[in-house]
Write a protein that binds this ligand. Sequence first.
Ligand code: FE2
Length: 376
Amino acid sequence: METKIKSSANKEKIGDWLPINGTDYVEFYVGNAKQSAYYYQTAFGFQPLAYSGLETGNRENVSYVLQQDKVKLVLTTPLNSKNPINQHIVKHGDGVKVISLWVEDAAKAFEETVKRGAQPFLQPTKYEDKDGYVIQSGIHIYGDTVHIFTERKNYKGIFLPGYQAWNPQYKSSPVGFKYIDHMVGNVSWGEMNTWAKFYEEVMGFYNLLTFDDKDISTEYSALMSKVMSNGNGYIKFPINEPAEGKKKSQIEEYIQFYEGQGVQHIALATDNIIETVTEMRKRGVDFLDTPESYYKTLLDRVGHIDEDIEILKKLGILVDIDEEGYLLQIFTKPVEDRPTLFYEIIQRKGAKSFGKGNFKALFESIEREQERRGNL
Ligand code: FE2
């Protein structure tokens, strides 16, 4: 059953101790940042923004910063075996370490969340260079993942102190990503409520939607999910946990291969999903496939849509409706060798939901992939 827990009437007031302007950046710890950066440039159309490494005086690690409209990704690789980042990569493979949130006051964000029970990761710290200063602080969330609060009102540099502009000869064209629509965390059995409560009590978020195992189940496997949102709605974090089914839940497969809890998918918003997905497919991105039968009943389910259904079928794009409009979405296959992190591409045409009507078709598609991997 999909339930709205809180009305949106007073949501602006919720969590006013932690005002968040938006997602600042997402940092991945990866085995080879140079090659990952090339993948995100070529296949996802990200633009080079900034760099830190040996050439900038950083002898510990290399970081490439990529940008597409409001989305910023940082790809980081350690430069020696002593660097603790290695442990993260050995354990999890390539994955998201940091979800950085853009705040006006990073010291206050730290103080308010730690006071409410967050585990400190980074004490408020000032980073400075000729372009001003940035204050960052951080707390632990699920698994080895962290939130870093970034205060940048006194900084006019390209990204963060210590970074230089990165302007390589090679440039690819953008594919139309605008901003991060939501980021999903996979947590262990029985942990969904723990983390929903964390976002509510520590971060001041509210429970926008809840999906139980009847919403999200196929013949074989199931999961449950709570969507947590901050007051202004700019940040949405669904939290998934596995549910009992005949076979292994996709959440369990993730946790087994990530060797812990972590970020499952990042949903990137576009204004034209047909153009975005056409371009990504051309550049070699693999998407989950959708059976032809899905499109036979599509119009009966969603009514009139602006897009040509034949084109959606050719690209494998899914459609869902809610009371406020409709949305189009599609999911990539995992972008690493381990079946862990993947991406969702989403275009909202009024709908504020998450594609509940597609869950069954989608999860059956995921299960076909799990089966091929011998993990169902
Ligand atoms: Fe999603």
